[in-house]
Write a protein that binds this ligand. Structure first.
Ligand code: FAD
Ligand code: NAP
Ligand code: SF4
Length: 679
């Protein structure tokens, strides 16, 4: 028995197969699927690294069983035996890394969410998140699609996968058969719930017959769609039992349709918020259940299993952040885990933009064949200036490779701008990244000099082999008359120094930081990200009574600070467009529900005792605010670099110091790691 996490590391006997532990790497589309043979080579390395890292079961990204069902415009459906050798590269690599690690292929027919002109669905009803109207499937289409699923599962078996997962949730094809709002058929595939369940049941029944008994079949059920007109609890249970009866080995629970207006995996969602729903379903079934969503650390998974909410915990993004999560957990090295902070910035946002997925805190994710931290044969003395994300990422990576690194930081703590991010309600996870760096600096023997502002002279005096400037950014001060008025605060003064903020506030700049500052000053009470009940109230979820979809008829209730806040921008485009594709909408809904007034097309005229004078659509207006917080972007702090250029040969600049315009933590960490891999 494992002494740190006994439940997580108890094997699961499925009769014909044993899972070595209860940690599953959940299905994630990486974009590598769309890169042909090179993509499979990269996927093989990516999955093998996770297998080596100790995970018990891996589910691949979704594979469409037919050309009509593809999710990405360049994706290839798994329709031909000629593709089997490509998949074998992946399964062989996983088995070579750890023969006991199991891997299943996910079969995903996108239905009305497919990115193809031939998309299809039970009824010709457009999804609110798609531009295209699907064509209504004929009876022959349905029969052919079921056959496509079966062919795909048989080919998966030939490609040496241990099983398949059928995704029956999220608004993809299977799930659209289940709801009246997307299935208005009057034949045997629509109408009563018994008829609407027929499609998934036929798939499972015929698949089991085709692949035999000793092949893992997992069904991913929408246990809560989080939207009106979703399933009732009785329907969820009825479907789960019917699917179980057809020979599924494991039931996996999913908590969303992509069109739902409730955040389910972002950093503002509490850890393990949804597992109680799996717990209820577990009482109804005999087979093991998988639960998921915001289980990012082993202690969270252990607690979920301890409570009896599930038999297996799915950790998808945490495996991007740290491929060795399972081994580190097993060895009790929890502090060394690079925690997924649920930002979605390099994973889901990339997938939605059609870019290769990676991870903000681990740029090697999905880049295992090209970004490697090979031990150096030529250890160097390296000085790094600035312990923000860029300097930290560089330092631990260079030191891991064998260099002797000294890290200078002007302030009394490491983290740079992340020390402000972590103070925003809903961004508490950012503490974990700073903890990780702290532990790794120590582990790799980086000499950290805090409260040490480095001067040009000091750096030039000692003979360093390499000097890396990561001095970051400082807030931009816009040229507005009266900008020095005492009622003006920079975002640093508002967040970090916690200077008093009045009752009527104007925020100049509505980028990520403007939104975060608005969230901070409108916040009241407990952070929803730390309390499942507060979260449920804020987003109108009823976990206990489970109305249709978990949300029907429930009004969100949000506690709000007693403030009037204007969030201003010069652009006339929608507020929040620069925010993350998959998270921006949650920030916007949250602030609108808190009464923040979002105004665009603003020209700033002057600031005086009366407030902020602006022109909106060419009309002069006075916002009689008592505090103005400037969130107008940043400029690089690069004086040190500019001064040293003539003096030091091996001088490098990374992060915000190098480029202030698009800088965020994703870019800062990426630049740090890539430079450290090269030196
Ligand atoms: P910095 O973080 O600015 O670090 C530079 C460090 O160098 C500082 O610690 C500074 O003290 C030190 N330094 C400067 N000069 C010297 C010197 N002469 N000697 C020694 N030390 C020196 N980004 C995201 O990607 N996602 C988010 O969700 C996100 N949220 C944010 C929320 C808030 C409220 C804020 C303020 C920022 C957020 N960011 C976010 C932005 C992100 O934190 C920055 O882009 C990132 O920190 C930049 O990293 P950096 O290392 O280049 O610079
Ligand atoms: P930002 O996103 O570039 O936003 C800056 C804002 O300031 C814009 O709204 C801009 O809009 C305004 N602005 C720019 N110059 C101005 C000027 N001279 N006068 C007045 N207004 C001006 O930058 P940020 O908000 O500082 O964020 C910094 C980085 O951190 C970004 O890369 C961001 O993505 C990242 N971040 C991300 C998150 C997240 O949740 N993912 C959260 C926080 C920060 P107008 O020009 O229209 O006025
Ligand atoms: Fe987690 Fe953010 Fe990395 Fe995605 S990008 S895996 S959400 S830390």
């Amino acid at each position: 028995m494992n002494k740190y996490f006994p439940k997580l590391f108890t094997p699961l006997d499925l009769g014909f197969m044993t899972l070595k532990n209860r940690i599953l790497m959940g299905s994630m589309h990486t974009g590598l699927e769309e890169k042909g043979a090179d993509g499979y080579k990269r996927m093989a390395a990516y999955f093998a690294e996770r297998a080596k890292g100790g995970v018990g079961l891996i589910i691949t990204g979704g594979n469409s069983p037919s050309k009509e069902g593809i999710v990405g415009p360049h994706e290839e459906a798994f329709t031909s035996e000629a593709q089997i050798p490509l998949h074998k590269q992946v399964t062989d690599a996983v088995k070579a890394a750890d023969k006991d690690c199991k891997i299943c292929l996910q079969i995903l027919h996108a239905g009305p969410l497919a990115k193809t002109e031939t998309l299809m669905a039970p009824s010709a009803i457009k999804s609110p998140i798609s531009r295209l109207i699907p064509h209504e499937m004929t009876d022959a289409d349905i029969e052919r699609t079921i056959s496509d699923y079966i062919r795909c599962a048989k080919m998966a078996k030939e490609a040496r996968y241990d099983g398949v997962e059928i995704i029956g949730s999220a608004g993809y094809l299977v799930s659209t058969f289940l709801l009246e709002k997307t299935n208005q058929r009057t034949d045997k595939w629509g109408g009563s719930y018994e008829n609407r369940m027929r499609f998934p049941i036929e798939i499972v029944k015929r698949m089991r017959a085709a692949v035999g008994e000793n092949f893992l079949l997992i069904f991913r059920i929408a246990a809560m769609e989080l939207m009106d007109k979703g399933s009732s609890w009785e329907e969820v249970v009825t479907l789960a039992k019917a699917i179980e009866a057809e020979g599924i080995n494991i039931m996996s629970t999913h908590f969303v349709w992509h069109q739902a207006q409730v955040p389910t995996i972002s950093t503002r969602v509490p850890r393990a918020a949804f597992t109680q729903v799996t717990g209820r379903l577990k009482k109804e079934l005999a087979i093991p259940l998988i639960t998921s969503n915001r289980i990012n650390m082993p202690a969270v998974g252990e607690e979920v299993l301890e409570k009896g909410h599930a038999d297996i915990v799915s950790m998808g993004r945490p495996m991007l952040a740290d491929p060795e999560l399972a081994n580190k957990s097993k060895a009790g090295k929890v502090e060394e885990i690079n925690t997924c902070i649920a930002c979605n910035q390099a994973c889901l946002d990339h997938a939605f933009w059609g870019k290769t997925v990676s991870c903000l805190v681990n740029p090697r994710a999905c880049h295992e064949t090209e970004l490697n931290y090979v031990p150096t044969e030529n250890p160097k003395q390296i000085a790094v200036v600035g312990a923000g994300p860029a300097g930290l990422a560089f330092s631990i990576t260079a030191a891991e490779r064998g260099h002797q690194v000294t890290l200078f930081e002007a302030s009394g703590e490491i983290g740079g701008h992340f020390n402000m991010a972590k103070r925003i309600p809903g961004k508490e996870e950012f503490h974990e990244t700073i903890r990780y760096y702290k532990v790794m600096l120590k582990k790799h023997g980086v000499q950290v000099k805090l409260n040490h502002r480095v001067s040009t002279k000091e750096l030039a005096e000692k003979k360093w082999d390499e000097v890396v400037i990561a001095t970051g950014i400082k807030p931009r001060v816009p040229a507005i008359e009266g900008i020095d008025h005492p009622k003006v605060l920079s975002y640093e003064e508002a967040i970090y120094e916690q200077k008093p903020v009045g009752k009527k506030v104007a925020i100049i700049g509505a980028g990520g930081i403007g939104f975060d500052v608005a969230e901070l000053i409108m916040h009241k009470g407990k952070s929803a990200a730390l309390d499942i009940e507060v979260f449920a109230k804020e987003w109108g979820i009823d976990f206990k009574n489970h109305p249709r979809g978990g949300v029907a008829g429930i009004e969100p209730i949000i506690a709000t600070a007693d403030r009037e806040v204007y969030l201003l921008q010069r652009k006339t485009t929608r507020h929040g467009r620069s925010l993350g594709k998959t998270t921006g909408w949650t920030h916007k809904i949250s602030l609108l529900r808190k009464g923040v007034k979002m105004i665009g097309g603003v020209q700033y005229e002057k600031i005086d005792d009366k407030g902020l004078h602006v022109r909106i659509n060419d009309t002069a207006e006075l916002l009689d605010v008592d505090t103005i917080i400037i969130c107008a972007g940043q400029v690089s702090k690069r004086t040190l670099y500019d001064d040293l250029q003539a003096e030091i040969k091996n001088l490098h600049i990374i992060g915000g110091a190098e480029v202030a315009m698009e800088i965020d933590a994703k870019l800062a960490i990426d630049r740090g790691c890539r430079l450290a891999a090269e030196l």
